[in-house]
Design a protein around this ligand. Structure first.
Ligand SMILES: C[S@@+](CC[C@H](N)C(=O)[O-])C[C@H]1O[C@@H](n2cnc3c(N)ncnc32)[C@H](O)[C@@H]1O
Length: 234
């Protein structure tokens, strides 16, 4: 049987996202009000994770961050710009990156370099203290996600951190789920962990987002904090 991710069609994803208005609410489908809860959850998660990394101050801003699959910059504006001095952005839809390009944060130098491209073809050319990737890796195939995570691992500063925050599959048979609307895959927790392991990353903390209204029937959303696995010198 063909794997779920083999159904991903990048052209169909780009067509879908190009048809969506370039507004923060559109990034969350029918549930724009979840944004505030999501951003607060991210802030809390990051604060907990920072305490787990030896040598990293749990206070103060990271110097350089990047928002992967940034959309119009909802996460950059509402969260990353508060915890990083400069935030780069990677996003394939030009009308979305234009919103960031025209923003006050860009004028103020808080938004740094904007890369209008998909994560599968983004090769970092600098080091990052924080790589945040949210609600977009379902557009990458499993092998593209492994390769992307490897590139991110190599682009982290010594104490740097990568966070992947994504929906989890609710299929009772434990399968990834394909969504034809935007041609994306929603993965199981087991699949995410397998991919991170294959990319040489250790999950130092994983946590489900709490507080979304029950009547919205949203999928579970999990944050994974990743650090390069310690390599044996033996
Ligand atoms: C649900 S929105 C999330 C945007 C943002 N991360 C947020 O949380 O507000 C999904 C985003 O993934 C982007 N996307 C689609 N294909 C992508 C790809 N191959 N690489 C990176 N991002 C992609 C879409 O254009 C869209 O901006």
């Amino acid at each position: 049987m063909a794997s779920t991710d083999s159904q991903i069609d990048h052209a169909a994803s780009l067509k879908y996202w190009n048809s969506v208005p370039a507004t923060p609410g559109s990034m969350l489908g029918e549930f724009p009000s979840v944004s505030r809860i999501d951003l607060q959850g991210s802030k809390n998660f990051l604060a907990k994770v920072r305490r787990l990394i030896p040598g990293v101050s749990s206070e103060g801003k990271f110097k350089q961050g990047v928002d992967g699959g940034a959309g119009v910059g909802r996460v950059t504006e509402g969260f990353l710009s508060h915890v990083c001095e400069v935030v780069d952005a990677v996003e394939p839809i030009a009308k979305f990156t234009q919103v960031m390009q025209d923003s006050q944060l860009k004028k103020d130098g808080v938004i740094g370099t904007i890369y209008t491209r998909g994560l599968e073809s983004w090769v970092p050319d600098k080091k990052y203290d924080l790589i945040w990737v949210q609600w977009c890796v379902g557009h990458l195939t499993d092998s593209q996600l492994v390769d992307y995570t490897v590139r991110c691992r190599n682009a982290l500063t010594h104490d740097g951190l990568m966070v992947v925050k994504e929906n989890l599959s609710t299929q009772t048979s434990g399968q990834d789920m394909y969504d034809p609307e935007d041609s994306s895959v929603t993965r199981t927790d087991a699949k995410f962990r397998k991919i991170f392991d294959a990319a040489g990353m250790e999950v130092i903390k994983a946590e489900l987002q709490k507080g979304f209204p029950k009547n919205f029937n949203l999928m579970p959303v999990q944050s994974y904090a990743l650090r390069p696995k310690a390599t044996s010198t033996e």
